[in-house]
Design a protein. Structure first.
Length: 59
């Protein structure tokens, strides 16, 4: 699929820990990415920020 070839094999999503972030991760999973390791969480003094690494197998 030509569109898949333009996607990076590795990406990290970051953002506030909210529904929007969960939807972004879900969309990446639908594109063929898989979670890579556990999410990282931090608190910026206002809200929780989360990061999740994802990888896509080209095979």
């Amino acid at each position: 699929m030509a569109e898949d070839q333009q996607l990076p094999r590795y990406r990290v999503l970051t953002g506030p820990d909210d529904d929007s972030f969960c939807w972004r991760v879900s969309e990446a999973l639908d594109l063929g990415y898989a979670l890579h390791g556990a999410p990282s969480l931090t608190f910026n003094g206002d809200r929780v920020i989360v990061a999740q690494a994802l990888v896509r197998n080209e095979g």
